[in-house]
Design a protein. Sequence first.
Length: 364
Amino acid sequence: MKAGIVGLPNVGKSTLFNCLSNAKAQSANFPFCTIEPNVGVVNVPDPRLSKLEELVNPERVIPATVEIVDIAGLVKGASKGEGLGNQFLGNIRECNAIIHVLRCFDNDNIVHVDGNVNPIRDKETIDIELQLKDLETIEKRLEKAKKAAKTGNKEAQAEVALMERIREALLQGKSARTVQPQNQDEEELIQLFQLITTKPVLYVCNVDEGAAATGNEYVEKVRELVKDENAEVMFLAVGTEADITELESYEERQMFLEDLGLQEPGASALIRSAYKLLSLQTYFTAGVKEVRAWTIQIGDTAPQAAGVIHTDFEKGFIRAEVIGYDDYVTYGSEAKVKEAGKLRVEGKEYIVKDGDVMHFRFNV
């Protein structure tokens, strides 16, 4: 599962990417610094994993991860191939969610591609390019579907009706995610269309150090603008976060954060938000060899969760032994959880909950 970092050139995308991953993307004060998308696999911060490690004392600990892609900056006209437009749009289509970075700080020493700081205009510049690309996709598909619909094909007729609604929204300057599916069939069709503006989005307002704990008026304007978009907004002092990651000791980093009025690095909150944005959740396996966080989709069943470990686990699934995370912490060990009668045996229909500690029984 990938989340792509997008934005205009020079808004802090590569600096943010460097905060999130150990990969060091080139970062400089000029547009198109990132030419090829950089990919980083980022650990998802989860205090529950540390607690399980403390209780189990395993040989190794493996956290959940999410893939972050730093994509080249977009400019006006990208939908027609301007700048690195075609490459950018191809890269973003491959991502499952969008982290849209908006510059929300004033600094005369850092060039803005459009001459002055205006996150509302910047957001609209990118939205328009993505919407134009989706409009092109929909109109091509609509043409074919209309021919099939004329023959009386009911599936094609339903597809045409949905695409007309999406086309109308795009023509009004709205993203396709604002068109709500009316049933399961429409939901599946929307996924099939592979539109860029249906992807879930997290707006990251890049603020200066003085606004790291509180945000600023730019952030409030962005919140107001996207309130009907079903999108998330957070603010982050990206440059300051980069400075924090350069400090060698944990103590130094914590002191820096406290001086800013922060309890944890904003990058940690952003990674968790990206994880949530991708509709992901975590379950754990805990034993003396390994304590591990496994990533699954929200709503996955026990066999599907087992399949993440190995496809044979899903094929030969018999049952799952499940301990709620809170019960594990309360009783302190698997043995004591069993003694207290808190270990549950679940079958194929069980929907895994975030934080479940699980063992699978299977037969191949």
